[in-house]
Design a protein around this ligand. Structure first.
Ligand code: PCA
Length: 131
């Protein structure tokens, strides 16, 4: 019998945990399973140094990220980094690709109004920002 908790869980990362981003080293014991996109029912809100994933059932975006198989010790590190359950909560996310049960860190605190949203992070510079 396989006990899923012994293998850890699959986590969809979309922000500072992605390859090339500043917290990625925390995934050094994790296994990369592939790039993925969510169903278009979420958005990333740009909080500056990091993004926040939130439900956006109407006019949502297919958010880009990566799926990793994460062992329980690493998961505990990630939960501490993301200040679960205060700043973020970890819950199931719906992807377009079939990775089975996958969880992600959803932003759990109130957003200041008027922040930009996107399907990816870092967000592409808007045309008006280009110099
Ligand atoms: N780190 C987590 C959640 C937001 C963040 O910056 C991630 O990369 O998925």
């Amino acid at each position: 019998m396989t006990l899923p908790e012994c293998d850890g869980v699959r986590v969809f990362v979309y922000g500072t945990l992605r390859r090339g981003q500043r917290n990625h080293h925390l995934l050094r014991r994790a296994t990369f399973l592939g790039e993925a996109r969510t169903r278009p029912i979420y958005r990333l809100v740009d909080l500056g140094p990091y993004p926040g994933l939130c439900d956006w059932p109407e006019n949502g975006f297919a958010v880009q990220g990566e799926v990793w198989q994460v062992d329980p010790a690493t998961l505990a590190l990630l939960d501490a980094l993301e200040e679960v359950p205060t700043l973020y909560r970890r819950q199931s996310i719906e992807l377009q690709d079939d990775f089975g049960e996958v969880q992600a860190y959803f932003y759990n605190a109130p957003f200041p109004p008027g922040l930009p949203t996107s399907d990816r992070w870092p967000m592409p510079q808007s045309a008006s920002d280009e110099r």
